[in-house]
Design a protein around this ligand. Structure first.
Ligand SMILES: Cc1cc2nc3c(=O)[nH]c(=O)nc-3n(C[C@H](O)[C@H](O)[C@H](O)COP(=O)(O)O)c2cc1C
Length: 181
């Protein structure tokens, strides 16, 4: 029987009760319906310390986080754009990862913005993923004007973005199967 693959979501907004948390939930529903195991890091339940702060190296949440990352075949990073780049929460979450957890694993990227669409935050996350020897898929998602991107039930409104979400999910699965199968 084929091995079950696991994807880990990392949210650049501290709480999953956010647009980025919702984007990860939308992706997780699609992946789980295709038989992929999904885990997401929840900073509100298990806050990660800042890299370098007192006691951080032996922090139990860091151990838990690294173990979860170890178990993943792929990562979906979803970050708000803050001042033209990824949030500090996202950067700190990535700083806790190293080759041990990430080498040769798939990375996929989502960015949400208050304003007009751009790909700066996505590109900045791609640079970090390369630095830790991740393999980035070409498909990516930008959710611009994020305050009006979802309906009252948290569903994406724009039909083109919904199609892109499907392509994004297909690509994650295709690349996991190719590289990790
Ligand atoms: C400190 C800060 C900086 C921000 N900088 C930008 C920015 O450079 N460009 C932009 O379009 N939106 C910017 N925003 C808006 C956020 O991108 C937006 O609120 C976020 O994507 C919403 O996602 P969330 O619900 O997951 O937090 C900024 C918001 C904050 C709090």
């Amino acid at each position: 029987m084929a091995r079950q693959f696991r994807v880990m979501g990392i949210c650049g907004t501290y709480t999953l009760e956010s647009a980025n948390g919702r984007m990860l939930e939308i992706i997780s529903d699609k992946l789980e319906s295709r038989g992929i195991d999904w885990v997401v890091w929840d900073n509100t339940k298990h806050p990660l310390p800042f890299v370098g702060e007192d006691g951080c190296w032996d922090h139990p949440n860091v151990k838990k986080y690294k173990e979860l990352a170890d178990s993943a075949d792929a990562f979906v990073l979803s970050s708000p754009e803050y001042h033209g780049t990824m949030s500090g929460v996202m950067k700190n979450s990535l700083d806790w990862l190293s080759f041990d957890q990430t080498s040769g694993k798939i990375f996929a990227f989502i960015s949400t913005l208050g304003g007009q669409p751009n790909t700066t935050t996505l590109n900045h996350m791609r640079v970090v993923a390369r630095w830790i020897h991740g393999i980035s898929i070409p498909e990516q998602l930008v959710i611009a004007k994020v305050r009006s991107a979802f309906d009252d039930d948290g569903n994406l409104i724009d039909e083109d973005i919904k199609k892109r979400v499907d392509k994004f999910t297909d690509s994650i699965i295709k690349h996991i199967e190719k590289l990790r199968g």
